[in-house]
Every structure is written in C-alpha cells, then in structure tokens.
Ligand binder design. Structure first.
Ligand SMILES: Cc1cc2nc3c(=O)[nH]c(=O)nc-3n(C[C@H](O)[C@H](O)[C@H](O)COP(=O)(O)OP(=O)(O)OC[C@H]3O[C@@H](n4cnc5c(N)ncnc54)[C@H](O)[C@@H]3O)c2cc1C
Length: 362
C-alpha cells in the first residue's frame, strides 16, 4: 500500500480530489492535509470584500470533497517537511510518512525587505487567513495597500466600493506602488488602470516605494508618512518558509523548483503545483489561480504515472491567459495580453466564471 499526501487544498489539488472521486487507484492511501476545512477562492475575494458574495459563496468544503474522493482529511498546517525521511509534521505535532508528497500550499503576502511589514500587516494569504483579515479591512477607516498588480488594484477598488455602499465617509483607501499599475500588460492597460484608480477617490502614491511600516504609518522612499489602521502588501507572493528548510531544491526566493512533470528537480518523491512552485522551464511564470488550475490535471496524471511506473506528461503553460479584475460596483476590467476593456459585461462574465468554478466543487 502506497501513501500519497496532498499538502494544501489549493486549486490543483481540488481538481485531483474531483478526479479521485471517479477514478480509484488500487493499493493507495490518499491523505489531504490542509490548514483549514475550507478552501477560500481568491477569484471571489474582491466581491466578498465589496459585499457582493457571502462567505459560503466563495469557499469549498475540503472535508466533504475529500470524503467523496475516498481520501482522509486532516485539518492542520504542515510546519515541517523532512524530504530525506519522507515525512511531514503538522503544527499540532502529528507526523505523517509518505511514499509521494504533492505540494499545493500557495504563497504568502509578505515582503521581508519592507521593515516592520511582517509585524504590522494583515496578511490576506495563506488563503485561510482571508476571512479574518477581510473583516479588519472592511472595519478600518484608513487602509493602505502596497502593490501594482491585479490583486492590489482589485482590493483598493473593492474596499472603496464597500465604503461607498456603507456610506462610510471617514478615512481613506490608499495605494502605494513603485512600478506602473498592471505594467506587465502594456502602457495602455496601465493608463486605463490609473484612470480607474484616480476616478475612485483612492489616495494614489505613484512611483513611491514603501520602505518601512511602523505601528501607525507607512513610510515611503520620498519621505511621506501615510497613516493607516490596516496595511496589506499585495506586491507579489512570497514562498512559505518551510520549503527553504525542507532539504528540497528551491529557487532564490524559496519556491520549490519543479520540472515540466511538476516533480521536484532533486527528489522524485515530491511533486508540486500552483504558487508554491517555480518551474525551471518557465521561471518567470506569473503566480495566479489560472495557472494553478491548469496544472491540476497534469499533476494528477503524473502522480498516477509515478505510482504505476508509466511515463510522465509534460506541462507547458499557455502563453497568454485572460484575467478579469473587478473594479467595483459590478464593473470589471478584462485583460488579454495588452488588450484591456472595462464594463459591466466584464463583471457579469467574471461572476459567471467564478460561480461556475465554485459550483464544480460544492
Ligand atoms: C487578494 C488576492 C486576490 C487574488 N485574485 C485572483 C484572481 O482573481 N484570479 C487569479 O487567478 N488569481 C488571483 N490571486 C492569486 C491567487 O490567489 C493565487 O495565485 C492562487 O490562489 C494560487 O493557488 P494555489 O493552489 O497555489 O494556492 P492557494 O489557493 O493559496 O491554496 C493553498 C491551500 O493550501 C493551504 N495551506 C497553506 N499553507 C499550508 C500548510 N502549511 N499546510 C497545509 N495547508 C496549507 C491553504 O489553506 C489553502 O487551502 C489573488 C491573490 C490575492 C492575494
């Protein structure tokens, strides 16, 4: 009997659990270990913040999904991986041995190079932290978000829409970023995003770097002291610390290095997908839910191939993918490569896609 541990109930593992419900593999025991009974779906974070979705709309019950898949579920965070002994240890002291380990534990919202950030920020990731910190953000008068990408833009706009909806007049939502907004999607997209931010009463600190976070202020490289009640860094995911101490090969930022079979480059018993990995074939691949979802079926095929000693399949990410960012008040910005279009129709499309995704796992 072989034991496979699925670490984390992330996007790729959701699809594996779904496949397992209809495809059993003889003589295997599957264990899902995740930090929470629920997987909170980040595609709906913005709509939840704005008050458009309830908590149940945006979460998936992992214990139910595991039950249907004939997989044991253990509700705890893995705090240590010992790749040499083929064991993981959870934060409540349980030890699990594995034949194969599959990691889909996501990333964290942190940036240790900003002094004081780790101590004072409200981390929206790992995903199970989201509901607690979302409440703090909604209740706060002054919120500072640091970042220039899709998550940062969505979060300031959704928080502002929530404030307007609640008729909250006190305080400010501020956005600090040192690079062009949505810069990876070209000048025009960046200009459009900037004009949407400026139209929405958001205090906008363009081309400023947040250097330090003190108990009540964010201090920028231009010497501004921006007051906050809640501060969040959304300028790119950071790697879970335990990967660096696992004995597995990681990149310079601490993400697990995997090859195109989604297998650790130096340990054939470890696989991984989603935000927590870096593909050696595509080191600059963006960390988003779209790639994590697409990797799921390849991860499933290769875990089965490892068990059955059959050939692996190679994952290659698609060159372009569509992103839809909520811009508040049931409007959204659809981005495909360098094309960006805003409208209510884009929000309706996003809403349909997100609800369909969740529905699949209910
Ligand atoms: C505010 C915000 C909004 C975003 N919006 C979008 C969007 O609209 N579209 C998009 O494509 N991407 C979006 N992203 C990015 C997206 O969240 C990630 O790229 C995506 O969640 C990665 O999926 P994953 O499967 O790697 O990990 P996750 O979805 O983060 O899942 C990881 C799972 O592992 C569990 N876990 C974590 N640590 C441990 C541990 N130590 N032990 C056991 N279990 C653990 C977590 O509880 C969680 O269930 C957003 C990110 C943020 C921060």
């Amino acid at each position: 009997m072989k034991t496979i541990i699925l670490a984390g109930g992330g996007h790729s593992h959701l699809s594996i659990l779904k496949k397992m419900a209809s495809n059993s593999i003889p003589d295997t025991k599957w264990i899902l270990i995740s930090s929470n009974k629920y997987q909170y779906y980040s595609g709906m974070f913005s709509g939840y913040i704005e008050g458009l979705y309830s908590i149940d709309d945006m979460r998936i019950d992992l214990s139910q999904l595991a039950k249907q898949a004939n997989c044991l579920f253990y509700d705890a965070s893995i705090s240590k991986i010992d790749a040499t002994a083929k064991q993981v240890i959870t934060d409540d002291g349980q030890l699990f041995s594995y034949d194969y380990l599959s990691l889909d534990i996501g990333s964290h919202t942190n940036n240790p190079s900003i002094n004081g950030l780790t101590q004072f920020q409200s981390s929206l990731k790992p995903a199970h932290h989201f509901p607690t910190h979302a409440k703090k953000l909604r209740d706060a008068a002054n919120v500072v978000i640091i970042g220039s990408g899709a998550a940062a833009c969505e979060m300031v706009l959704s928080l502002q829409a929530w404030k307007d909806r609640q008729n909250k007049k006190n305080g400010l939502i501020s956005l600090i970023h040192s690079n062009d907004l949505l810069g990876k999607n070209g000048k025009r997209t960046s200009q459009l995003a900037t004009s949407i931010i400026n139209k929405n009463k958001i205090q906008h600190y363009e081309y400023e770097r947040a250097e330090e976070v003190t108990e009540h202020h964010v201090i920028t490289d231009k010497g501004k002291r921006i007051p906050y009640d809640e501060v969040v860094f959304l300028g790119g995911g950071s790697a879970p610390d335990m990967l660096k101490h696992s004995g597995l090969a990681v990149n310079k930022d601490g993400f697990l290095l995997v090859n195109s079979s989604l297998q650790s480059i130096d340990n054939p018993y470890v696989f991984g997908a989603g935000d927590c990995v870096s593909l050696v074939t595509h080191p600059h691949l963006e960390k988003n839910g779209v790639h994590a979802v697409r990797q799921g079926p390849f991860l499933w095929d290769n875990l089965r191939a490892a068990l059955m000693k059959t050939p692996f399949v190679n994952y290659s990410p698609q060159k372009k993918s569509m992103a839809i960012l909520s811009t508040g008040n049931k409007e959204a910005l659809l981005i495909y490569g360098k094309i960006a279009l805003q409208g209510k129709w884009a929000w309706r499309l996003k809403d349909r896609i997100d609800r369909k995704f969740i529905e699949k796992y209910k």
